[in-house]
Design a protein. Structure first.
Length: 487
C-alpha cells in the first residue's frame, strides 16, 4: 500500500523542526509493510516574502507537489492545527482532484478540538467535506494502524474507534479509542522518511503525553482525556542516542506540555550524562517545579533554555486560571535559571475573564522585574471547556471558531497586518495581538465573554506590554527556544 502523509503547516526551514506527529504515524505505517512518503511545506525563501501574494506563490508550489505526489497513493493522511485548518482543507481538495479513489483522512489538534466541542454542545462543528473520508480524533497511532490494516485486508472502514465518518452529508461518530497505556511500546519516529536537509540540526522529542495540571484556558488535558502518561528514562535516552548516531542531530526540543512534571526527570538527565551525549535542548517548564536540584540536572544534561508559562503578574488572576503557582515561585524560578545559565522565555496572557486594566499594568511591571531573556505576549481566547460550559449564544460560539475555517495565519507574522485589513476575525487568534501593531479600535469594542475587556482594549494592552518591555531594554523576540539552540 502506498501512503502519503502531509503536513501543510508552513515551517521556516532554518528554524523550525519537522512534525513529530507525522513521524510517529509514518513509523506505524512502515511497520505494517506500507510504502510511506512524507510531504511538508518547507519552501526556500518563503520566510523572506513581503506580501501575502508572494507567500501564496510558495503555497501554490506546495499544492502543485501535493497534486503530483497524491496521484498514485492509496491512503492520504493530513494533519492540521488551528492555524493550518484552511490550508489542510485545500490540501484535501487538491488530493481528491488528483486521486478520486484514494482514502483521505484528516486529523490533528484542530480536529480533536472541533470534535470535543461538537459533543459538548450537541451541535456539529466538523465541516461536511466531500474531500475527506474520515476524521481521526485524539491519539492517532492505533487508529491509523487499524485503518491501514482494514484497507490492506479489504475490510470496510466503518466502526473504527476514534474516527468520525462522513455518510450521506452527515456523520457517524464512532466511540473514542482508549489511550495507549505503555508509551514505551510506540515505535521510534521515522525521521529517515523526512528530508532533514530542509531543517536545522534540530528534532522534537517527548517524554510524556498529556499534562497533570488543569489550567482553565488550556485545551491540552481535554485532548488527552485528563490523562498524563510518560516513557521510561532509558526509552527516551535511547531515542536521543539514535537521533545523534543515525542522523547526526545534536539539538532537541522537548515538546511536552511541561517536562518538569516528568517524575523521572533526574534519572533521565543522569542517563544523558552517563551516556556522554553531547547535546543541547530546550523545554517547557512549570515555575513551581524548578528548584536547585532539578535545574542542576537539567544543566548537566544539556538544557539551555526553558519556556515558563507565567501568564499573569497578579495572584488573583493566576488563581482564576487555576495555575497552581505563586508569584514568588515565578520570581524564584527565573532567578535560579539565571544562576545556572539557562535562558528563560516568559509567556503571558492578557485579557483573561475578570482581569482588569489595573491587573494588566501590574503584570507588565512584574514582567519587567523578572528580567527574563525573552517575552511572549498573547491575547486571551476562550478554551474548549469555556466554550462548552458557558451559557454562550450559538452565534457567539460560531464567531469564535469561524476564523479557523476562514483565516489563514500560518505564514510569516510580518504579513498579519495585511491579512487583518481584509478580515476582522484575525484578533480571535491568540498570537495576533502581539503581531498586528495597528487596528481600527472602533470596530472591536466588543468582549468575547462577560466580565472581559474588549478586543480593542486587549490588543492595545498587548502592544503596551511589548513597548514597555522594549523600553526596559528587554526582548520580545519570537522563538527564543529555537534561537538559543541553533545560534
Amino acid at each position: 500500500m502506498n501512503i502519503l502523509l502531509i503536513d501543510p503547516s508552513w515551517r521556516y526551514g532554518k528554524l523550525h523542526g519537522p512534525s513529530l506527529g507525522l513521524s510517529y504515524l509514518a513509523s506505524v505505517a512502515r511497520s505494517l509493510g506500507s510504502n510511506v512518503t512524507i510531504l511538508d511545506f518547507v519552501r526556500a525563501g518563503s520566510e523572506n516574502v513581503s506580501t501575502v501574494s508572494e507567500f501564496k506563490r510558495h503555497e501554490d508550489e506546495f499544492f502543485t507537489i501535493v497534486e503530483h505526489q497524491s496521484a498514485s497513493c492509496d491512503l492520504i493522511g493530513i494533519t492540521c492545527n488551528y492555524a493550518t485548518f484552511p490550508r489542510a482543507l485545500k490540501t484535501a481538495q487538491k488530493c481528491r482532484a488528483s486521486n478520486p479513489q484514494a482514502m483521505i483522512i484528516l486529523g490533528g489538534p484542530q480536529i480533536s478540538a472541533l470534535n470535543y466541542l461538537s459533543l459538548a454542545r450537541r451541535k456539529e462543528y466538523l465541516p461536511v467535506n466531500k474531500d475527506v473520508d474520515l476524521y481521526v480524533v485524539s491519539e492517532g497511532d492505533q487508529t491509523f494502524a487499524e485503518i491501514i490494516e482494514r484497507l490492506q485486508s479489504g475490510k470496510p472502514i466503518a466502526g473504527i474507534l476514534g474516527t468520525v465518518m462522513q455518510v450521506q452529508g452527515g456523520f457517524v461518530r464512532n466511540p473514542q479509542r482508549a489511550l495507549i497505556k505503555d508509551l514505551n511500546s510506540i515505535n521510534l519516529p521515522a525521521w529517515d522518511l523526512f528530508n532533514l536537509s530542509h531543517y536545522p540540526n534540530l528534532l522534537p522529542i517527548t517524554a510524556s503525553r498529556g499534562c497533570p495540571y488543569r489550567c482553565t484556558f488550556c485545551d491540552e488535558r481535554l485532548i488527552w482525556k485528563n490523562r498524563y502518561r510518560y516513557r521510561t528514562p532509558l526509552n527516551i535516552v535511547s531515542e536521543l542516542m539514535t537521533n545523534v548516531q543515525q542522523f547526526g542531530v545534536t539539538r532537541f526540543r522537548f515538546a511536552d506540555s511541561t517536562l518538569t512534571s516528568y517524575p523521572a526527570l533526574k534519572e533521565m538527565c543522569n542517563l544523558v550524562v552517563n551516556k556522554r551525549l553531547d547535546i543541547k535542548w530546550s523545554c517547557y517548564a512549570r515555575a513551581n517545579e524548578l528548584n536547585d536540584k532539578n535545574l542542576a540536572s537539567l544543566k548537566k544534561a544539556g538544557c539551555v533554555s526553558v519556556l515558563i508559562g507565567v501568564e499573569s503578574g497578579t495572584q488573583e488572576v493566576l488563581n482564576a486560571m487555576n495555575k497552581k503557582v505563586l508569584l514568588q515561585n515565578i520570581v524564584d524560578a527565573v532567578k535560579l535559571c539565571k544562576t545556572y545559565g539557562i535562558k528563560v522565555e516568559a509567556s503571558f496572557i492578557i485579557g483573561f475573564p475578570g482581569e482588569t486594566e489595573e491587573d494588566v499594568y501590574k503584570t507588565i511591571d512584574f514582567a519587567k522585574r523578572l528580567e527574563a531573556d525573552s517575552y511572549d505576549w498573547h491575547s486571551f481566547s476562550p478554551g474548549l471547556e469555556m466554550l462548552a460550559q458557558l451559557n454562550m449564544p450559538e452565534q457567539e460560539v460560531e464567531k469564535l471558531i469561524r476564523w479557523s475555517f476562514e483565516i489563514d495565519l500560518d505564514m510569516p507574522s510580518r504579513l498579519y497586518p495585511e491579512v487583518f485589513r481584509n478580515s476582522d476575525l484575525t484578533l480571535f487568534e491568540r498570537h495576533a495581538s502581539a503581531r498586528i501593531p495597528v487596528i481600527n479600535t472602533r470596530d472591536h469594542q466588543y468582549s468575547l465573554l462577560p466580565n472581559t475587556l474588549s478586543m480593542a482594549r486587549i490588543h492595545s494592552l498587548v502592544q503596551l506590554a511589548i513597548d514597555e518591555i522594549a523600553k526596559a531594554g528587554l526582548s520580545s523576540e519570537e522563538s527564543l527556544e529555537y534561537r538559543v539552540l541553533l545560534y
